[in-house]
Design a protein around this ligand. Sequence first.
Ligand SMILES: Nc1nc2c(ncn2[C@@H]2O[C@H](COP(=O)(O)OP(=O)(O)OP(=O)(O)O)[C@@H](O)[C@H]2O)c(=O)[nH]1
Ligand SMILES: [Mg+2]
Length: 308
Amino acid sequence: MFDKLKSALGSLTKIATHTTLSKEDIDSFLWDFEVALIESDVASAVIESLNSNLRKKLVGMKIPRSEDRERFVLNELKAAVRDTFANTRHLDIIELAKKKAAQNRKDHLGPFVVLFLGINGVGKTTTVAKFAHLLQKNGLTAVVAAADTHRAGAIEQITEHANRLKIKPIAQSYGSDPAAVAKDAQLYASAHGVDVVIIDTAGRIQTSKNLMEEMSKIVRVVKPDLKIFVGDSLAGNDVLSQAKEFLSYTDFDAAILTKADADVKGGAALSVAFITQRPILYLGVGQEYDDLVPFDLDKFVESLFEKT
Ligand SMILES: Nc1nc2c(ncn2[C@@H]2O[C@H](COP(=O)(O)OP(=O)(O)OP(=O)(O)O)[C@@H](O)[C@H]2O)c(=O)[nH]1
Ligand SMILES: [Mg+2]
């Protein structure tokens, strides 16, 4: 991942031999940096903003004599990239679920409700199943709501996952109101002391606007504790327009990017985090239930600058 970026970095550390970084020093590096980011599928809006942040921060910067030049420049660069994501707050979803479950056991406040959103085929249903499995590994109980009542086979697909995971699927028939299915699941979980409700939703109905309105309705009816956008790492710039649209209709809290096992470039995570200023919680890295790994932005930024 980001091999080009690592070589671009070499061009900066080599030129940083004087005490003050000049515009020329920075320009030659930023050109390489930009090419590396483009080749890594980072969105152009993200690249422009990153570059302008870096330029503002680095031009005219004095390198203290006592400092190791390369280390100094590297640290400033990392800080500038990290600043770009300053509003992306850290979110420990398992901790949140555990807290609500503990409260629920005491005060019967109802289950922790997590809504999954995203367009068709990105991996929502698979991620719902992986997430249920993760909750189980953390000692939490869950039900899944089959709130994709549109696509043929969707109810059977989530039911099959639920059966394999030994959790209860809450389903109605095709064509029924997804918000009602989600509400049903919430009531079932409340009545049976289940910790978490996970809602699987449709990815396509007649129009994108219909889909967004359907999602907004589910949000109004069940008031989820957490709304998670699911995007496909391989979708390039499309994932950004999807993220923006879902953000404006549902104001989701966080994102999960799937198919990162095939995403060698790594730009999607950077772009989605930047554009939405929402944390990336996990990456899907395969089709097995355990193939959901935490995403750590700090570590990711570090990895951009690792030397090969
Ligand atoms: N390699 C890989 N494949 C994945 C991953 N996540 C999902 N898939 C595959 O992507 C395909 C679509 O996954 P689904 O979970 O059905 O996607 P969806 O978003 O629910 O699709 P709709 O129900 O049509 O909206 C399936 O073949 C999954 O096995 C992942 O992290 N890595
Ligand atoms: Mg699905």
